[in-house]
Design a protein around this ligand. Structure first.
Ligand code: FDA
Length: 315
């Protein structure tokens, strides 16, 4: 926890993030978790995953835009991503972040842009997913999600198992029959809002997995079990077996570059696996969150830097 907090603190220091941002792609360590800086690179990585039978969800990295023009640009880029995925016949969708679509500026703006993206995707017969960000945005995100889903019927939403409120939120969302991506939660939240101990989060994750999968039997949810934790994955598989849920009624999700061994195992066992594929130049906050989830990743970064500087000296 101390190391995790330290990495979170570092991620707020511009000198640190600028330095990482300058070196990450150049030295290659960011490529482990980020599919590239351009849409072209992300589509190439996605095509490789789809050729192996995986689905993908493309995310154009970035959050907390500060102008309406920037939010509109992000909206246009998601529509372009959907169209290019469609043209290339890639299985999967896009994942949008509300603060990237101007949620800090206006809920109405964010809602209208999210609806534009969902409408275009629906016209192509495709879906979209919405990430869940820090707790200050949850109420607005739920309202926006409901409005998008009511209009287009093709939206999915991430919910976080560390929050005390999530079981109730699922009851609220059930009538909309949505796709729900269950994650543990990636932000630092106070104990009044979120469970703090890993064992408590894990126990709640399992309870919510069961709630979602039982809901899927009744036709309320399409659950996406999004975790790299072998215990969560095993629980999901066991519940799918117990409930005799058909393979097209749920899926597993993991992030590009993380636990590729487990990704292979889940796919080989015949479950649908969707890989979250982030790309773009604004990758530093996302990258720092991945480091904080597993401090061992810091050694991987340091090793890359040392190896690279050694080979540069040798060259
Ligand atoms: P946990 O953190 O307990 O890790 C279990 C094991 O997985 C570790 O022991 C390690 O082996 C491996 N692992 C986990 N993270 C790793 C990393 N960074 N590098 C290497 N190995 C790692 N969060 C959120 O708040 N909003 C969202 O919208 C999303 N969206 C999202 C989509 C998808 C597809 C996934 C898989 C995750 C998210 N998340 C998210 C992130 C999520 O909340 C959580 O922070 C991470 O998934 C880590 O939690 P795990 O469930 O993997 O378990």
């Amino acid at each position: 926890m101390i190391i995790r907090n330290f990495i979170f603190w570092l991620s707020t220091k511009r000198s640190v993030t600028n330095s990482i941002a300058r070196r990450g792609m150049q030295y290659g360590f960011a490529r482990r978790f980020v599919a590239g800086e351009t849409l072209g690179e992300a589509l190439t990585a996605s095509a490789e995953l789809c050729a192996q039978g995986r689905h993908v969800s493309l995310n154009h990295l970035g959050e907390n835009v500060s102008t309406e023009a920037a939010a509109r640009e992000v909206c246009a880029s998601y529509i372009q991503m959907t169209e290019e995925m469609h043209a290339k016949n890639l299985a999967g969708n896009i994942s949008i972040k509300p603060t990237q679509l101007g949620l800090d500026l206006s809920t109405d703006l964010c809602q209208s842009l999210a609806r534009d993206i969902a409408r275009r995707a629906a016209a192509l017969g495709r879906t979209i997913e919405m990430d869940m960000e820090a707790s200050a945005y949850i109420d607005a995100t739920l309202d926006i999600f409901e409005s998008v889903q009511r209009e287009s019927g093709n939206a999915g939403l991430a919910v976080q198992a560390y929050l005390h409120r999530t079981a109730n939120d699922l009851q609220r969302l059930a009538p909309l029959k949505p796709k729900i991506r269950l994650v543990k939660g990636a932000y630092r939240e106070p104990k009044s809002i979120a469970l703090q101990k890993k064992s408590d989060v894990d126990a709640n994750y399992k309870r919510l997995t069961t709630q979602l999968l039982e809901g899927a039997v009744q036709g309320f949810f399409f659950p996406a079990i999004a975790s790299h934790d072998p215990m969560m994955v095993a629980h999901g598989k066991a519940e799918v077996g117990r409930l005799k849920l058909a393979q097209n009624k749920y899926e597993f999700q993991m992030i590009y570059g993380i636990r590729r061994d487990l990704q292979q195992e889940v796919h080989a066992a015949g479950h649908t696996l969707q890989v979250y594929v982030p790309f773009g130049t604004d990758w530093c906050p996302y990258f720092m969150r991945r480091l904080s989830e597993r401090p061992a990743n810091c050694w991987f970064v340091l090793r890359s830097l040392v190896a690279e500087s050694g080979s540069r000296r040798a060259a």
